[in-house]
Ligand binder design. Structure first.
Ligand SMILES: [Zn+2]
Length: 209
């Protein structure tokens, strides 16, 4: 089962992906994790990615795609995967379509005011990529996995959030149109389990086909 997960930052799509992985046994391929892994690998492509990341520049589409292509054909992806963070634009979706046909697209939706609220309290681990939130129970300012002190990404600061959400809004409609009737839309206004329930039903039907 090859899935694409769409949703703005703060929509809870990462949490949703983890539940899908748990129940359906397909890995979550998050572009952020893939970039971090390949940068550490020291390969030629990895060094290139490292260069973009350390300069703070966006990794260009073509490079992103080369990196992803390598990942999609690794052994753990034989049963499928969940793509999280790619494609973000129509151009990227067209690149992806050159190597694979996805089975379904799950689009996680939440009103922008709610996204903004969730994002300003978000904190990241610089070491392992874990995400936490100052509003969550048991928040200590340190990573729950590796104990590294957390930080707030520059693009999670209020002035940057509005700009990011505007970019998301501009790109999402062409993407939804591109995938057409493969798209399943779900609201993440409720709890993570409430968000997951209809998605699970949808995926079970899809898997049974
Ligand atoms: Zn950590």
């Amino acid at each position: 089962m090859k899935l694409v997960l769409l949703g703005a930052a703060g929509s809870g799509k990462g949490t949703l992906a983890k539940k899908i992985t748990r129940d359906f046994g397909i890995p979550q391929l998050s572009m952020g994790d893939i970039f971090r892994d390949i940068a550490k690998s020291g390969s030629e492509l990895g060094l290139l990615v490292q260069k973009y990341m350390s300069s703070g520049a966006l990794v260009p589409d073509q490079t992103t795609f080369e990196v992803l292509k390598e990942r999609l054909f690794q052994d753990d992806c034989k049963k499928g995967y969940i793509l999280d963070g790619f494609p973000r634009t129509l151009d990227q979706a067209k690149l992806l379509a050159k190597v694979t046909d996805v089975d379904a697209v799950v689009s996680v939706e939440l009103p922008f005011e709610e996204l903004e609220k969730r994002l300003v309290s978000r904190r990241n681990c610089p070491n392992c990529g874990e995400i936490d939130n100052t509003e969550y129970e048991g928040y200590t300012g340190k990573c729950r996995k590796c104990q590294t002190p957390l930080f707030q990404r520059d693009d999670d600061k209020p002035e940057a959030i509005k700009a990011r959400l505007e970019v998301y809004k501009k790109n999402i409609t062409p993407l939804i149109n591109f995938y057409g009737d493969k798209v399943f839309t779900v609201s993440s206004a409720g709890s993570p389990d409430e968000t997951y329930r209809p998605v699970k039903t949808f995926l079970e039907k899809l898997g049974a086909k």
